[in-house]
Design a protein around this ligand. Structure first.
Ligand SMILES: [Zn+2]
Length: 308
């Protein structure tokens, strides 16, 4: 169980959109904005909860397309909103450099938005009625930050920590970082000793009852497994990227699905990291077989469908 102050409202979303945190108060703020696909729903939820007051701030734990896809629509609804992104991403957002923002590399899409404010690790930012500490949280994403509210012990973790499982370690795929950064960030979370963790996906979980401790042990075990068997991480990442694409597309004609597979550069890298001994199409068949076998994806004569 966990208790949040009544002015903090978690919108728990499915697996394409990230969770969102609405921070009420004189200057309401919204942290992480979900996927572009659900942007209209996100704006509607925020508008309903604000009851006519304007949204003052938007902040992001990191800029993956499931965490910033609603930002453009929110900015259109509240043009005076201030938008905060992790400091190193600010010039990339301002130039809308999709490669630097990593949407291009994974074949994902995200509506354009603007940003004028940097979340600088080591500094604090006021969002809603609370001061939040900004802490660097490399691992899942090299530039990610944690937002920690120390008075109530509330951690907006993004994808640095989930209750079950761990996110893909993207820096390991592009060679910019290793699994140890993820472990370092888990150690940082342990030192913060939060009362409640609001993860990027899944329900919030608390210190009470040992849920955070248990989640920490599971995450560490998983990272140790990846460390010992990096190929297992590459296979996991390939499945996640394909499933993510199908959560967004829902259905694709066979030729379009094949075209997407051929052109998502991250998959080529993952092929090399997982089974360079196999040729590309044999590798794709190996990755796809369990996805179809377990009903994660379905196919009929004309299309591939998300199995959800
Ligand atoms: Zn996410």
């Amino acid at each position: 169980m966990h208790a949040l102050p009544s002015d903090l409202i978690v919108f728990e979303r499915g697996w394409l959109s990230s969770n969102n945190l609405l921070c009420l108060g004189d200057a309401p703020a919204f942290i992480d904005t979900g996927h572009t696909k659900h942007a209209a729903d996100t704006v509607r939820r925020v508008r309903d909860a604000l009851g006519g007051r304007p949204l003052a701030d938007i902040a992001h734990t990191h800029l993956h397309s499931d965490h910033c896809g609603g930002t453009g629509a929110l900015q259109a609804a509240w043009p005076a909103v201030r938008t905060w992104v992790p400091a190193p991403s600010l010039p990339h957002v301002q130039a809308w450099d999709q490669d630097a923002l990593t949407f291009g590399d994974s074949g994902q899409r995200c509506d354009r938005f603007s940003a004028g404010h940097a979340l600088v690790p080591g500094q604090a930012v006021r969002l809603g009625a609370h001061e939040w500490q900004v802490l660097a949280a490399p691992g899942h994403d090299a530039l990610a930050v944690l937002l920690f509210e120390p008075r109530h012990g509330i951690l907006m973790a993004g994808d640095a920590m989930w209750e079950h499982g761990v996110g893909v370690i993207f820096p390991h795929i592009d060679g910019s970082g290793g699994f140890e950064h993820f472990t370092d960030t888990l150690a940082l979370i342990e030192r913060l000793d939060p009362a409640v963790v609001i993860p990027g996906h899944g329900a919030p979980f608390g210190r009470e009852g040992g849920a955070i401790q248990a989640a920490m042990a599971r995450a560490r075990a998983r990272i140790e497994q990846f460390h010992a068997h990096p190929a297992a991480h590459a296979l996991y990442a390939a499945k996640v990227l394909i499933k993510y694409q199908m959560l967004d597309a829902e259905s694709m004609a066979h030729a379009d699905f094949q075209h997407w597979l051929e052109h998502a550069p991250a998959l080529r890298t993952l092929h090399r990291q997982h089974r360079p001994d196999l040729d590309w199409h044999a590798w794709l068949a190996l990755v796809l077989a369990p996805l179809f076998g377990k009903g994660v994806l379905r196919r009929d004569e004309t299309h591939v469908h998300d199995g959800a």
